[in-house]
Ligand binder design. Structure first.
Ligand code: SF4
Length: 99
């Protein structure tokens, strides 16, 4: 009987903490702008830092604020660069975005 108590206590504790983490994440979590994900998907995702940012995600955030352009990304393909600039122009003009 004594051998069952520690797993039960630890299992119960784990379940309670799991539920608490879920609830805290649900009610206090900060949702990030989904457009950052959209922009990041259009970047090469090399995370090389050649653009001067820490990685592609930081570059995506900067693109969304309009503080830089797709040309800052050195390894991006010309076609992807044009698509990204068109997406950003539509975003900044408030036109419904077509990918
Ligand atoms: S230069 Fe392009 S590929 Fe490299 S980190 Fe910046 S956005 Fe990503």
């Amino acid at each position: 009987m004594d051998i069952i108590i520690p797993p039960l206590v630890l299992g119960s504790l784990g379940m309670i903490l799991g539920v608490l983490i879920f609830l805290v994440g649900k009610y206090f979590g900060v949702e990030e702008d989904h457009r950052i994900d959209d922009i990041e998907k259009m970047l090469p995702k090399y995370n090389c830092g050649a653009c001067g940012f820490a990685g592609c995600r930081d570059m995506a955030k900067a693109l969304l604020t309009g503080s830089c352009r797709a040309e800052s990304c050195k390894p991006i393909k010309k076609e992807d660069q044009e698509n990204l600039n068109r997406y950003l122009d539509e975003l900044l003009q408030g036109i419904p975005v077509t990918k």
